[in-house]
Design a protein around this ligand. Structure first.
Ligand SMILES: *[C@@H]1O[C@H](CO)[C@@H](O)[C@H](O)[C@H]1NC(C)=O
Ligand SMILES: *[C@@H]1O[C@H](CO)[C@@H](O)[C@H](O)[C@H]1NC(C)=O
Ligand SMILES: *[C@@H]1O[C@H](CO)[C@@H](O)[C@H](O)[C@H]1NC(C)=O
Ligand SMILES: *[C@@H]1O[C@H](CO)[C@@H](O)[C@H](O)[C@H]1NC(C)=O
Ligand SMILES: *[C@@H]1O[C@H](CO)[C@@H](O)[C@H](O)[C@H]1NC(C)=O
Ligand SMILES: *[C@@H]1O[C@H](CO)[C@@H](O)[C@H](O)[C@H]1NC(C)=O
Length: 501
């Protein structure tokens, strides 16, 4: 199931599955860092996993219902008799992985500051399952406010359990949605969290995130104007082919559609889904362009960059732009291990309606989509002009999915109210915090909803030209841009300055 309605899926830098939606079948199990080889003695892998008894409802004191929340801890970088610095990696909208307990830039900071490091899996994702299933009734306990309260209770319990210094300073880290949580945690619980590195976090909740595809289009233009023009032309050619029976048959073959499109042209949702699938291919590449993430190491996806895409899209050996678009689509199907392009709306909805922890949608798709309908919006629509990836997946198409999956209550009015509420609770782009750094990459479309400029020296912004989603969190690589390297150094200096005060 490639095309789920997770247009808004942010991104799961914490899972090996990465963007469940795109790479659903292309998963790397168990991580691939530090795997022993013949030259290195085999070291028994450490078990970092622990469980924490957490409250179900932090806002109903009388309710004693609890559940087991998964977390990881690594004490190796700290001194047992002097634990004055603790790091918290905030889990997000997917299963957590212990790969991060020994890798990533935060581990370098942990060595530098002798920090004990914790990672907490977000409620309702991975193995952190507060309720027996994912019914709408139970999902009312899945909110960012509950998740932040989980972290607050967790921190205060760990201070005792691990014998942390009485004046221990906690620094929170998070990328993507957890980047937002990192900032909000410092906002709501400043007495518990001393500072936060908030990476690629969208802080403004919006129903219609139409700027997303604007940034993707800009990314293509940075590669070449020809690339941008050719993509636009290709989508226009798709429009034309959809008009007649012969054209429709051509589309079936060109784009390897699972179901013949001529049977479904009257179904507006199917057509929207088809177009948004084609657009998402570009989004997925742009968002993660050359980011050196752990989850796609050694896979074909690692090698597909904006440059690759544009070299296909502008390859004049293939006469028509639409054929080049089809070549790119075929490559993405191979890379994501899909046999055909599945655009059937009804199939997607029925999979997303499944409330079982055993269902594929429970890997995060259903839960995160609920959070978008209930708190954030973030829908990556085709509403922005000039339209390059068609105009066929408007906001209404996304709202329709909220309603179809979670019920009539989740309509457009609800979404307007819900996103306004979120912005009021956290302050959106007007958030007032200290000891927080906001980090974004210019290639990453999510920067459009975050803080990229700040004149508050207590809450600075670092905007890295040319990098993608969460790039500063991954382990350094030889090909890193100098501005990425200096961003990592700057973040380290900020942490130092917070710890000094
Ligand atoms: C790791 O430790 C946790 C908590 O003690 C335990 O539940 C789990 O079974 C252990 N995992 C392995 C693979 O030993
Ligand atoms: C606590 O909340 C759960 C879930 O809503 C509910 O089933 C249970 O009855 C509540 N318990 C109390 C004591 O209110
Ligand atoms: C404990 O560690 C902190 C930070 O590493 C250091 O500043 C402090 O001097 C240490 N205290 C003792 C008693 O070693
Ligand atoms: C990715 O590209 C590198 C360098 O060109 C190559 O060595 C590697 O085999 C490629 N990986 C895959 C999975 O295609
Ligand atoms: C362009 O397309 C031709 C014909 O399909 C192919 O042989 C060539 O490798 C392509 N070039 C690039 C840069 O993809
Ligand atoms: C939900 O998914 C599970 C696991 O794949 C499956 O066994 C079950 O039949 C599905 N339920 C519905 C209502 O489709």
């Amino acid at each position: 199931m490639k095309h789920t309605p997770i247009l808004a899926f942010l991104f799961i830098i914490f899972t090996n599955t990465y963007a469940w939606k795109y790479f659903h079948n292309g998963r790397v199990k168990g991580g691939n860092l530090g795997s022993p080889n013949k030259n290195n003695p085999i070291k028994e892998p450490q078990n970092f996993t622990r469980w924490f008894t957490q409250n179900l409802d932090h806002f109903d004191v009388g309710n004693a219902t609890t559940w087991q929340q998964r977390y990881y801890v690594n004490e190796d970088f700290s001194q047992k008799d002097n634990r004055s610095v603790a790091f918290l990696m905030i889990g997000g909208e997917g299963e957590a992985t212990d790969v991060w307990m020994t890798a990533g830039q935060w581990v370098e900071y942990a060595k530098q500051f002798k920090a004990i490091i914790f990672q907490v899996e977000h409620r309702f994702y991975g193995k952190s399952r507060p309720t027996p299933d994912l019914s709408v009734e139970n999902l009312k306990f899945l909110t960012s406010e509950q998740a932040l309260a989980d972290l607050a209770i967790f921190i205060s319990a760990m201070n005792e359990e691990y014998n942390l210094a009485t004046d221990v300073k906690w620094i929170a880290f998070g990328g993507s949605y957890p980047g937002s949580l990192a900032a909000w945690l410092r906002l709501k619980y400043p007495h518990l969290v001393h500072g936060s590195v908030s990476t690629s976090g969208p802080l403004l909740a919006v129903p219609d995130f139409q700027d997303y595809y604007q940034v993707v289009a800009d990314d293509l233009r940075v590669v070449s104007e020809e690339c941008y023009t050719a993509v636009k032309a290709a989508f226009a050619q798709v429009d034309v082919l959809l008009q007649g029976k012969d054209g429709q048959k051509t589309l079936n073959t060109l784009f390897q559609l699972c179901d013949p499109i001529e049977d479904n042209v009257e179904n507006e949702n199917d057509i929207s889904n088809f177009y948004s699938s084609l657009a998402e291919n570009f989004a997925g590449i742009a968002q993660y362009n050359k980011d050196n993430r752990l989850s796609t190491k050694g896979t074909l996806l690692e090698n597909i960059t904006l440059d690759t895409v544009c070299s296909i899209i502008t390859n004049i050996s293939t006469e028509k732009e639409i054929n080049r678009l089809a070549d790119f689509n075929s490559l993405m199907l191979v890379a994501t291990h899909e046999e055909c392009l599945d655009y059937k709306y009804s199939k997607m909805i029925s999979e997303m309606k499944n409330e079982s922890w055993e269902a594929t949608a429970s890997e995060g798709g259903r839960q995160w989509f609920f959070q978008t309908c209930n708190e954030f919006g973030f829908y990556q629509t085709s509403d922005r002009k000039p339209q390059i990836f068609s105009d066929k997946f408007p906001l209404q198409f996304e709202i329709q999915q909220c309603t179809d999956i979670f019920g009539d209550k989740f309509n457009g009015n609800y979404l307007d109210y819900a996103t306004k509420r979120t912005n009021t609770l956290y302050g959106a782009l007007e958030i007032e915090v200290s000891n927080v750094v906001f980090v974004h990459g210019s290639v990453d479309p999510w920067h459009a909803l975050g803080i990229t400029i700040s004149d508050n020296k207590n809450a600075p912004a670092i905007f890295i030209k040319g990098t993608a989603h969460c790039a500063n969190m991954y382990p350094p690589s030889d090909t890193d841009l100098p501005q990425l390297e200096s961003a990592r150094v700057e973040i380290g200096k900020l942490i130092q300055s917070w710890l000094d005060t």
